[in-house]
Design a protein. Structure first.
Ligand SMILES: Nc1ncnc2c1ncn2[C@@H]1O[C@H](COP(=O)(O)OP(=O)(O)OP(=O)(O)O)[C@@H](O)[C@H]1O
Length: 559
């Protein structure tokens, strides 16, 4: 465009008898061709770079978050807000390519336009200063909006979670039956409106600043243009110069607006880049502390907890206090206690999902914190009450319990057999090939108990775990089947070859009595440890619980 404007100037000068018309035509044709070429090549380059940047960033965020060996970053609000900012603004990072390409383009064009214009009169440089002010105002406004967005991130996250509950097929039944849909929607809209109010206020402040600097620029622009035109009219410069100023000043205004827009976008990008850099550093720091030790091939003594105390990140009081406990190799331990006693927390610590706040966990005498988390997890298998419902063909939904063997049909069959799930699969329309879950053609949904049995089969893929966690994995399975299943574990049919420890959490005492050892947790402390008979004969929590449940079975009412 600069070449085109310069071509017009030479043409006007030639027409008024001051230059060469052929040079003017040559300039005009060359400049038009160059503009078209840059446009085509630039668009193609932009599209390719954008696509690559998008997939790179998605992959980078996932790699960084999954490389952290624990899960605290999902639970600490400050960390969760930052990660949510990155995930919610991936587009900003993707735009960075656009900003770099367009920004460079504008910078080069701007310098060239100004260089040409100052040859007409140096006063034009004042526009540069004012354009700089507009850029600053734009950036500042955008930063204000981002700060407001960050402040309201907790509300945005909560609204997102409620939206998922309102929309996910899994929760549709409960939401409909309880008539919650309207209330949920109302809450979501309120949260979104509260979050928006903050950003709208910041946006209004930014707009006022942009209007003020824009007005100053407009006044100066008009004044300078009038001044130069006036000079040309009065013979202090060629008519071509006046045409050049007229044409380029339009372009300069376009550039000033463009750069201001870039500054707004760039401010957003830089903020998200700062969060991404923080995530990179956080992930790096957490990984730097990762141990490299290997777990033992099999257990001889067992797993020992010594003075283990644990408080969740940000919690005022510990959830577990001074736990001293030995889980003998090859044994099945039943972990019992009221809701909130700390049972799931204890097994999460054993899985290495959180390090203890104080004390240590020893695996055959080796500190768990000295074992590489990945290596430990290849020797751990866990089934939780709310196990993931993988919407995959049965073979995959079970096979992924041991990634190396996931296509091994024999191994999948064996795992299903161990948890007595073969009949259930045989009754499916396409057996192992049946696709599970709603919302896909030909897919079949399972009942809550059937999904749990499938999760047990997935866990049974692993034949040599040192630790097998069963955290209420049979809560949706009928008591009789649960007892039959637990018996499989206590008989060693599922246990595997490494003499590992099985920790079973259940509220049903009919299963608990099969365990080798019962551990009763009460308010984060160990209340009792022993065999069922010893505990029943005592006068502690377990005896009370036992009396209560047996009385309820006998009379049909709580004792
Ligand atoms: N991620 C978390 N962040 C903060 N506190 C938590 C977290 N998870 C659990 N807690 C708290 O820790 C305490 C123990 O919870 P935990 O899930 O270990 O109990 P539980 O014995 O397994 O209970 P239940 O029988 O209901 O499953 C509870 O008071 C709970 O509020």
């Amino acid at each position: 465009a600069l070449g085109q404007a310069f071509g017009v100037k030479v043409l006007v000068d030639a027409v008024t008898g001051d230059g060469s018309t052929s040079l003017a035509f040559a300039l005009l044709i060359a400049a038009t061709c160059a503009t078209l070429l840059f446009e085509v090549a630039g668009t193609a380059l932009w599209a390719t770079l954008n696509e690559r940047m998008d997939s790179y960033i998605q992959q980078r965020v996932l790699t960084l978050t999954t490389a952290v060996p624990h899960i605290a970053h999902h639970e600490r609000p400050d960390l969760a807000d930052r990660i949510s900012m990155i995930r919610g603004n991936l587009g900003e990072l993707q735009n960075s390519v656009t900003f770099v390409v367009d920004g460079l383009n504008m910078l080069v064009s701007g310098i060239a336009v100004l260089a040409v214009l100052t040859t007409v009169h140096p006063l034009v440089l004042l526009l540069l200063v004012l354009a700089g002010l507009r850029v600053w105002a734009s950036g500042r406004g955008a930063r204000g909006i981002l700060t407001a967005t960050e402040k309201s991130q907790a509300k945005t996250r909560l609204a997102g979670q409620l939206e998922e509950i309102a929309a996910a097929p899994r929760y549709a039944t409960e939401v409909r039956v309880s008539g919650l849909a309207a209330t949920l929607l109302d809450r979501i809209l309120t949260l979104r409106a509260e979050a928006r109010r903050e950003t709208e206020r910041a946006a209004a402040r930014g707009l006022a600043l942009r209007l003020a600097t824009g007005l100053a620029y407009g006044l100066a622009y008009g004044g300078i243009l009038t001044f130069i035109m006036n000079r040309a009219i009065h013979g202090h410069g060629s008519v071509g110069d006046a045409a050049l100023v007229l044409l380029l000043s339009v372009q300069l205004e376009g550039l000033a607006q463009g750069v201001a827009g870039q500054a707004r976008g760039m401010a957003g990008t830089l903020r998200v880049v700062a969060h991404l850099m923080w995530l990179t550093e956080y992930s790096g720091q957490e990984q730097a502390h990762i141990a490299h030790g290997s777990p033992p091939a099999s257990l001889h003594r067992g797993i020992e907890l010594r003075g283990v105390t644990f408080a969740y990140p940000g919690a005022a009081t510990p959830t577990l206090r001074d736990i001293n406990l030995t889980l003998p190799a090859g044994s099945v331990i039943a972990l019992v206690g009221e809701n909130g006693a700390g049972k799931s927390t204890l097994v999460k610590l054993l899985c290495g999902l959180y390090p203890p706040t104080a004390g240590e966990i020893l695996i055959d005498g080796q500190r768990l914190t000295d074992i590489a988390p990945d290596a430990w997890r290849t020797r751990v298998t866990a089934v939780f009450q709310d196990a993931v419902r993988y919407k995959l063909p049965v073979t995959d939904a079970v096979g992924i319990g041991l990634l190396d063997d996931r296509q091994d049909i024999q191994a999948v069959h064996a795992a299903l057999h161990r948890v007595d799930a073969e009949r259930m699969i045989d009754s499916l329309p396409r057996g192992l090939e049946t696709r599970l879950g709603k919302g896909f053609a030909g897919a079949v949904d399972l009942s809550g108990g059937q999904w749990q049995r499938l999760a047990l089969a997935r866990s049974a893929m692993r034949r040599d775990p040192l630790l097998r966690v069963l955290d209420e994995p049979t809560s949706a399975i009928d008591p009789e089947s649960e007892v039959a299943l637990v018996r499989q574990y206590t008989r060693g049919d599922i246990q595997g070859s490494a003499n590992g420890v099985t920790v079973l959490i259940t509220h049903r005492l009919s299963s608990v009595h099969l365990a080798d050892l019962i551990v009763v947790l009460d308010n984060g402390r160990i209340a009792e440890v022993g065999a069922q008979q010893d505990l029943i004969e005592g006068s502690g929590i377990f005896a009370e619980l036992f009396d209560l449940q047996t009385a309820a079975y006998r009379t049909g009412e709580p004792g």
